[in-house]
Design a binder for this molecule. Structure first.
Ligand SMILES: Nc1ncnc2c1ncn2[C@@H]1O[C@H](COP(=O)(O)OP(=O)(O)OP(=O)(O)O)[C@@H](O)[C@H]1O
Length: 582
């Protein structure tokens, strides 16, 4: 999601595209809007008829009844058109939000995780709200307004041509000035929305690390930081409010100038005997009603200006490339030597990978067979990156990764991931109850199976102590669940998935020795029939492994059994002995 500011004009086709497929609804709304304006425009004619009837001595009752009838009809049409227009705008917003949520969830994990969460939320939340006004005001009301304006001007011209032409000239001049102000409004709105995004990003960071903030006594400092961003958004918002107010003021002044000009010219014409009193009243009413289409056009322009700014930010979410699911065309099965079966397990063949041009893994070759394989090494060396490659969150820049002899790029991502169970480092929980959290993405519907998995990871006693058992509610950030419980819940979920491969990233880092031992026994047991690849710094895990792989400086530095590596590899020995020995 790059943040280069697109021009308002470049967003116009996008705004137009939002209305695509909704032509009939838009046409219906336009007709309703025009009918509503039509009843308004009929009123001056009825007023003129009423006044002329009075001046000629005929009764005023029929005129008054007609005026009331037109007013009631106008009210009903106005309500209906406003309501349907508002609903239409909401529907567009729903469509855009669904598209954005879909785009985010279809995108590559590494691309989305780099985005500031608060900013993404602001784009999906408040930017789409701005869009609603733009769509309703611009695509429908703004589109009908020129027709209404034309009809009003024609009716004015029918009443008095000279006065109508003078007023039209004033309106055109005023419109030009307003347009200049609107361009500034567009830029200020973009900046405001970006400011709100930054504020939310700051607030989100604080909320995620709330206890650290409290314990560090940095509440005031963090509040200052977030409020500082809120103030920056305020300053941009105040600019936008100034330009928006100026647009409104321009429109008001233009209308006053038009009204006073019409009044002056009309009074002079009555004095000269070239205009009737009824005509002047009708004309002045038209001048007042001409406010509506001009106002609608101004509002449409202002709403479009704000909406286009929002659309630019929305578009950057929609443009995040989707992660393709299909198999890559150039992927081939590993050629097994004649008469031999391809190796089972995971094979990395001269794999290089990294992020944004920085190489993290450099030409790694590795065979991860069935059983428990542990990957260890200094922090930030690329252990999680290795798991990212197997899950295809990230693709190798060079080399290939095979699963049971098949290049993983020859598999659909969804098929590949179905064969894997992954527990990420922070072991986040999804779902609102423990039942949902443990069953999440596993297809398991049986409570007994879920309980077995929880027992296997050592959570049986904890669960028995909970007043609502599996129905216990886990709040959004699972603060009522300890770090170790969360890790074990996540492993239980992975076990329930019945996958061929378990990918575990630091799943025992928050466990005490006894809990770790229970969990490791289960993991070792499951590794007899499947591939378990565990990233860890813990010696207890490495001790149990069939194979330990030491990563350093982008390469595999050593591989073997724990006891063997303790003897042969100084780095491994140092890592193992500096870890809290159990
Ligand atoms: N999504 C990403 N975008 C850019 N760089 C990344 C991304 N993820 C990881 N990196 C970088 O790649 C390098 C390896 O990270 P990785 O998470 O694989 O290390 P690790 O060995 O698992 O670390 P640790 O033991 O601390 O968890 C680090 O320098 C990290 O900053």
């Amino acid at each position: 999601m790059s943040d280069s500011t697109p021009s308002a004009r470049s967003q116009l086709p996008l705004l137009w595209r939002l209305g695509r497929g909704r032509g009939a609804a838009m046409a219906g709304l336009l007709v309703l809007d025009l009918l509503s304006y039509g009843t308004v425009l009929a009123q001056p004619r009825v007023v003129k008829w009423l006044l002329d009837s009075v001046s000629t001595g005929a009764g005023f009752v029929p005129g008054l009844v007609a005026l009331c009838g037109v007013a009631v009809l106008s009210g009903v049409l106005l309500f209906t058109s406003n309501y349907l227009l508002g609903r239409f705008g909401q529907r567009i917003v729903l469509g855009v939000r669904s598209d954005m949520i879909g785009a985010l969830l279809r995108a590559r994990a590494v691309a989305v995780q780099r985005e500031p969460v608060g900013d993404v939320l602001s784009r999906v939340g408040s930017d789409t709200t701005l869009l609603e006004r733009a769509v309703a005001e611009a695509l429908v009301r703004g589109a009908g307004a020129p027709l209404v304006l034309l009809a009003t001007v024609l009716l004015m011209a029918l009443t008095d041509l000279t006065m109508a032409l003078v007023l039209l000239a004033i309106a055109v001049l005023g419109g030009g000035i307003e347009w200049l102000v609107l361009r500034r409004l567009y830029r200020a709105t973009e900046a405001t929305q970006a400011g709100v995004g930054e504020m939310l990003t700051g607030l989100q960071r604080v909320l995620v690390a709330f206890r650290t903030v409290k314990a560090s006594g940095t509440e005031a400092q963090e509040a200052r930081g977030v409020v500082g961003r809120a103030e920056a958004a305020y300053r941009q918002g105040a600019q936008a409010a100034r330009w928006s107010a100026l647009v409104g003021a321009c429109s008001g002044v233009i209308m006053d100038v038009m009204f006073l000009t019409a009044l002056g010219m009309g009074a002079a014409k009555i004095a000269a005997g070239t205009l009737s009193f009824g005509d002047l009243v009708a004309f002045l009413l038209y001048v007042m009603y001409v406010r509506a289409p001009i106002g609608a056009m101004t509002q449409a322009a202002s709403a479009v200006s704000e909406g286009l700014a929002a659309l630019g930010r929305i578009q950057r979410v929609l443009a995040v490339p989707a992660e393709p699911d299909g198999a890559d065309a150039d992927a081939v099965p590993v050629p097994a030597p004649a008469g031999e079966r391809p190796p089972t397990g995971i094979v990395l063949e001269k794999v290089s990978a990294g992020y944004d041009g920085t190489t993290v893994l450099n030409g790694i070759s590795l065979h991860v067979p069935r059983g428990l394989t542990v990957v260890t090494g200094p922090s930030g060396i690329g252990k999680t990156t290795l798991l990212n490659l197997i899950e295809r969150f990230l693709d190798a820049e060079q080399g290939r990764v095979f699963l049971d002899g098949v290049d993983i790029r020859a598999l659909r991502r969804s098929d590949l991931r179905r064969r894997l169970a992954y527990v990420e480092q922070d072991a986040p929980l999804l779902g609102t109850t423990i039942r949902q959290a443990v069953r999440y993405g596993t297809g398991c519907t049986d409570d007994r199976e879920a309980l077995d998995a929880l027992r296997a990871v050592g959570l049986a006693d904890w669960l028995t102590g909970l007043p609502h058992g599996l129905d216990t509610v886990v709040d959004e950030r699972a603060v009522s669940v300890s770090g170790g419980q969360r890790q074990r819940l996540a492993v239980a979920r992975a076990l329930l998935r019945r996958a061929d491969v378990l990918l575990l990233d630091e799943v025992t880092s928050q466990l005490d020795a006894d809990s770790e031992e229970i969990l490791l026994r289960t993991i070792a047991d499951r590794s007899r029939t499947r591939i378990v690849l565990a990233v860890t710094h813990r010696i207890a895990v490495a001790r149990r492994a069939d194979l330990v792989v030491v990563l350093d400086e982008g390469r595999i530095r050593a591989a073997g059994h724990h006891t063997e590596l303790m003897r042969s590899d100084p780095l491994y020995r140092r890592l193992a002995t500096t870890e809290v020995t159990r």
